[in-house]
Design a protein around this ligand. Structure first.
Ligand code: CO8
Length: 256
């Protein structure tokens, strides 16, 4: 078992637990993470998902380098696709997925964090795409998501440099949303999850879908997707409840 799971107050917390390898991901870790996220997506009780790493040194130190030593072209394609599938499961989740980056987020670890909808980091967190140093390129979405998050110039510098950046620099370029002392990281991430849980689940899912869709569309197409999603909400109880609650000066009851 590589993923510790617990649900607290409608927040599903997934902790990658392979501490002796700094939570590096082999196919078993990837499959278990994928399965765990899918379970929380379908579990009624869970409204927000948090991904973190065990210990205070690493979030995920990347794909398992020792394992990759033995891969041929076919094995490389399978391992690459498997990691990409996990990142798509995260990004496509209709429930918000938050990364609590508690240490090294390198290579595939940075790519998993980037697939999450929001990234909070500890002060000791370090980010990087060091693949070129290993004779590789980022293949779990790094060449695609990094430029979308930090811009082409910053992404290119990180990918062709292969160097690490600290949490402050990650914050400066927009790779993470906020930075906290290690001892506060989980509480702060849980607090934001609780803020999210005050909001309507359909609206959260639709917002995430529109934001994700925007990356692959022109502005005009994106605006059309957004306005269609917006108008469909008027046929839902959630929207009626949200609007009525405001007018009636009470808190909305979005979740049973
Ligand atoms: N894979 C396997 N084992 C790892 C990894 C890793 N990515 N990272 C760390 N470990 C292991 C070390 O080998 C070591 O094990 P052991 O004690 O058995 O030797 C243990 O974790 C502790 O690591 P260190 O002793 O190195 O700890 P340090 O504090 O000295 O250094 C670092 C920490 C800087 C994080 C260092 O471990 C490091 O540089 N790790 C590698 C980071 C890296 O390059 N990650 C990117 C990997 S490539 C990738 O993710 C590609 C994604 C796309 C894949 C596409 C597939 C086809």
């Amino acid at each position: 078992m590589y993923i510790n799971k617990k649900v607290v107050d409608q927040i599903g917390i997934l902790t990658v637990d392979r501490e002796d390898a700094l939570n590096a991901m082999n196919p078993a870790v990837l499959k278990e993470l994928d399965q765990s996220i899918k379970e929380y997506i379908s579990e009624q009780e869970v409204g927000v998902i948090i991904i973190t790493g065990v210990g205070d040194k690493a979030f995920i130190a990347g794909a398992d380098i020792k394992l990759m030593q033995n891969l041929d072209t076919k094995g490389g394609l399978e391992f690459g696709r498997l990691g990409q599938e996990v990142t798509m499961t995260i990004e496509d989740s209709p429930k918000p997925v938050l990364a609590a980056v508690n240490g090294f987020a390198l290579g595939g670890g940075c790519e998993v964090a980037m697939a999450c909808h929001v990234r909070y980091a500890s002060e000791n967190a370090k980010f990087g795409q060091p693949e070129v140093k290993l004779g590789l390129i980022p293949a779990w979405g790094g060449t695609q998501r990094l430029p979308r998050i930090v811009g082409k110039g910053n992404a290119t510098e990180l990918i062709i440099g292969g160097h690490m950046i600290n949490a402050d620099e990650a914050l400066r370029i927009g790779l993470v949303n906020k930075v906290f002392p290690q001892e506060n990281l989980m509480d702060e991430t849980v607090d934001f999850a609780k803020t999210i849980l005050n909001n309507g689940p359909d609206c959260l899912a639709e917002s995430l879908r529109c934001i994700n869709d925007a990356a692959g569309h022109s502005l005009i197409d994106g605006l059309n997707i957004e306005v269609e999603a917006f108008s469909e909400l008027f046929g839902t109880d959630e929207t009626k409840e949200g609007l009525s609650a405001f007018v009636e000066k009470r808190r909305p009851r979005f979740r049973s």
